[in-house]
Write a protein that binds this ligand. Structure first.
Ligand SMILES: [Zn+2]
Length: 268
């Protein structure tokens, strides 16, 4: 049985969920109710191209105070973007539902988008986020140093507001991201049996820079691994694992990470 941790959490914030996915077409009202029962007070709905960014805004608009949108073109979607898709993102950036720019970043694992195109789009997102003083939502896969290299010149203008989403790197990379001013968000992978190293990284991140997410519909946390699609309520399992690795109670951990998310994304 999938039981939300109704007793353990007063506050939780899923900072990264793709609720525009067709997997939720019939289940969204139930999913949002389960999320509230699990203690979630907010969910960020993440766009990965122009269409899903528009949908994220619409979804957030119909659930004010609970769903918030981020808009952007994910590196793997950049090659398929039409010429005016970027203009759409620029316009959406001022939508009142929008609390972040992304997801953006770089990806060496998939080969969907030529590297120079990925870097070009990442740069556009960095500049757009800075222009509107919005946090960046950064995707990184097998290219940590390239991400740090591209962000570093921008840190000359002050700490970079943003989050490394679904972080899976080592402590050295984590430290470099923290030094740039970024927060670090962990998803279900940190709960997997073989992820001992990642749990150690999660235990070392300063509490005020820590976030949690589901990255729904992907990678459900233990003990629900393999159950698709993942859902925001399941962030409770990820939070419990990191809390335990830090010697904190789930309630304390939920409270601290929710306060971080509200601060970063400007949510009251
Ligand atoms: Zn994502």
């Amino acid at each position: 049985m999938i039981s939300p941790h109704t007793q353990e959490y007063d506050l939780l914030y899923d900072t990264h969920a793709h609720l525009t996915d067709s997997a939720y077409a019939a289940t969204l009202p139930r999913l949002l109710e389960d999320a509230r029962l699990a203690g979630l007070v907010a969910i960020n709905v993440i766009g990965f191209d122009a269409a899903t960014s528009r949908q994220a805004c619409r979804l957030a608009d119909s659930h004010p105070g609970f769903l918030y949108a981020t808009v952007g073109i994910q590196p793997n979607s950049a090659a398929a973007a039409a010429a005016d898709d970027w203009d759409s993102i620029v316009k959406l950036a001022t939508d009142p539902t929008v609390r972040g720019i992304g997801e953006t970043g770089l990806d060496r694992y998939w080969d969907d988008t030529p590297w120079e195109v990925q870097q070009d789009y990442f740069e556009r997102h960095i500049v757009l986020a800075r222009r509107h003083d919005l946090p960046l939502v950064i995707h990184m896969r097998e290219c940590g140093q390239e991400i740090v290299s591209q962000l570093t010149p921008h840190a000359a203008g002050g700490p970079i507001r943003g989050v490394m989403h679904s972080f899976t790197g080592d402590w050295s990379l984590c430290k470099q991201c923290l030094d740039l001013g970024l927060m670090i968000s962990f998803a279900g992978m940190v709960t997997f049996k073989k992820s001992g190293d990642l749990r150690e990284v999660a235990a070392k991140v300063p509490l005020e820079s820590l976030l949690v997410e589901t990255d729904s519909p992907y990678l459900s946390p233990e003990p629900l691994r393999g159950r698709r699609p993942n859902e925001p309520a399941r962030v409770s399992h990820t939070a419990a694992v990191i809390a335990a690795s830090r010697g904190m109670s789930p309630a304390e951990f939920g409270e601290a990470t929710t306060a971080n998310a509200k601060r970063l994304f400007g949510v009251d």
